[in-house]
Design a protein. Structure first.
Length: 550
């Protein structure tokens, strides 16, 4: 029975397994895939029969598949059935559950509701930010991870789950029974007016509903007087390519190339062109990016930059330009295999080098303010660095560079805060203070400007919970701490839009964007006259550069 089980496992993975990771002695005469599979089967059987400890054939085969795929590139991957289901839920933009955002700040910390989602079972049951989920169906949650808790709270639509809530300010815990319902997974995190004429939209990812959400939000902001737009893609890891194309064509006129893919097989080659008949936005545009902006985010920002439709501001993007095809497997999982690379309209390859995976995943642009162009950014005066980068041109003739990611037109670093500031986050100080402060001040109004007592109240809160710090440390980050605490109170009381509006006041990337709309408008007009391309296409491009990356 064990041998039959082994054969079934090997057959299941036959399309994925290959030699190359086995020793040379075992590989002798293994010139065909069938020989390599026999060798793999033999090694697996020998390990099962001879290894000193307990073995799990399925787990070993799974790990072998993962190892094989990781040897190809960073993004080819095997998804187990649970991961594949979660990915499809996210891409569809909907799952069945309660509608709450939850967090756990440490292994011994309680499972806490960060925010209920509007018009969901959690919101209708009046669950609140700061509520602790003490039990799920009578089982205490202190030992659960967030992932374990999510799996218990999710379920089929119409089924029930009972949670025991411990609410700040109430002595007694209470039970709430909720009926699971369809929960939207919104790509659009915030949408509001920064001032009388400036709209602000933040997309957190690209799912099947992203373009529709964007249309609905822009229609709302149009009614509020929007005449210019900041599109925030910071921290957006990407998602569906088709949605990146649809978002791009909201800003770029019909018939223009938005992105193209090229692979080893002809089916992987696609040109994505903005369609005619799509309702487009004409007002000036600024796009915000950072090192966590990847994949679909880079498609959008790259298309806008290449066509000079707007200015890109922030930090260099991640540089993920590999396209994966997801192939379902019989075990309920799926294979995500890289089939193509994608390129911006000018011909820039977005994917950066991944020969060193530690560098690929963990290195970030320098925090040295004296050298803001280190890391993945390009210093326009660094001749040696530019000599190794392929040159491309935007529609107006501006110079941009290939070799990975999107370098912003204006490089602006976001402040990260000190160790004290980070520790306040890790220990949930801002959130816990906000919950108490909002409860103690029921008459707060949107946009409130706290009195001098606000910072003193925060310090008093820190003292009561035994949070130690020096006055010198606090003074160094006093402005950032105050604005974060006020933003968190606004989030608890009025939601994510109000939190983002407060944070924008101290965000140097947003504040820089607000100074660039005149330039963005001039650039968009100049870009209409040309076509982006490479050095070989230079003769087709028009005029001299309007501006160069700063």
């Amino acid at each position: 029975m064990r041998r039959n089980s082994l054969i079934a496992i090997v057959i299941l993975g036959a399309s994925c397994l290959a030699g190359g990771f086995l020793g040379t002695t075992l590989q002798a005469d293994a010139e065909r895939p069938e020989d390599e599979l026999r060798t793999f089967s033999r090694v697996l059987a020998l390990v099962e029969d001879n290894y000193i400890g307990e073995t799990d054939s399925r787990e070993m085969v799974k790990n072998a598949i993962l190892g094989m795929l990781r040897s190809l590139d960073p993004h080819s991957n095997y998804l187990d059935p649970e991961s594949f289901t979660e990915m499809r839920d996210e891409q569809r933009g909907r799952f069945s559950g309660l509608g709450i955002q939850i967090a756990k700040r440490g292994r011994d910390k309680p499972l806490t509701i960060i925010a209920p989602i509007d018009d969901t079972p959690a919101a209708r049951a009046n669950l609140q930010a700061g509520d602790v989920i003490f039990k799920i169906e009578g089982e205490e949650t202190i030992e659960l991870t967030v992932q374990d808790a999510v799996r218990r709270l999710k379920g089929d639509k119409g089924t029930k789950v009972t949670v025991t809530i411990k609410r700040p300010g109430l002595a007694e815990m209470f039970d709430v029974t909720l009926v699971r319902d369809d929960i939207p997974i919104n790509s659009l995190r915030v949408a509001y007016m920064l001032d009388d004429t400036t709209g602000f939209l933040r997309l957190s990812n690209f799912t099947s509903t992203t373009a529709r959400e964007l249309d609905e939000a822009m229609a709302r902001l149009d009614q509020q007087g929007m005449q210019r737009l900041v599109l925030d893609l910071r921290g957006n890891p990407g998602g569906l390519l088709e949605q990146a194309v649809q978002v791009s064509e909201r800003f770029i006129e019909g018939g223009k190339l938005l992105v193209y893919t090229r692979g080893r097989v002809p089916e992987a080659d696609e040109d994505y062109v903005a369609r005619d008949g799509v309702e487009r936005v004409e007002y000036p545009l600024i796009v915000l990016v950072d090192h966590s902006s990847a994949s679909a985010s880079e498609i959008v920002s790259g298309a806008i930059q290449d066509h000079d439709r707007g200015l890109v501001v922030g930090q260099p993007t991640f540089g993920k330009g590999l396209v994966q095809r997801v192939i379902p497997l019989r075990d309920g999982g799926a294979l995500a295999v890289t089939t193509a690379k994608y390129y911006t309209p000018s011909g820039r390859l977005i994917q950066r080098d991944y020969t060193d995976l530690d560098h690929y995943y963990f290195d970030e642009p320098s925090d040295d303010p004296a050298n803001p162009y280190s890391g993945f950014a390009i210093d326009p005066e660094d001749v040696d660095a530019l000599a190794n980068r392929e040159v491309f041109y935007t529609a107006s003739g501006r110079t941009v560079y290939g070799g990975g990611g999107i370098t912003p037109d204006y490089l602006v670093k976001s402040p990260r805060g000190s160790k004290l500031f980070s520790r306040m986050f890790r220990e949930n100080a801002f959130f816990d203070f906000a919950v108490q402060y909002a409860a103690a001040h029921p008459d707060l109004e949107r946009g409130f400007r706290p009195a001098e007592r606000f910072v003193a109240d925060f310090k008093s809160f820190l003292a009561k919970r035994g949070f130690e710090y020096s006055e010198e440390e606090f003074a160094d980050d006093a402005a950032m701490i105050a604005i974060r605490a006020r933003a968190q109170v606004s989030r608890v009381r009025w939601g994510a839009d109000e939190e983002s509006r407060v944070l924008a006041e101290g965000d140097p990337v947003v504040q820089k964007a607000l100074t660039l709309f005149d330039e963005a408008n001039r650039l968009a007009q100049a870009g209409r006259r040309g076509t982006p391309g490479s050095e070989n296409d230079r003769a087709e491009l028009v005029g001299s550069p309007v501006s160069s990356p700063q």
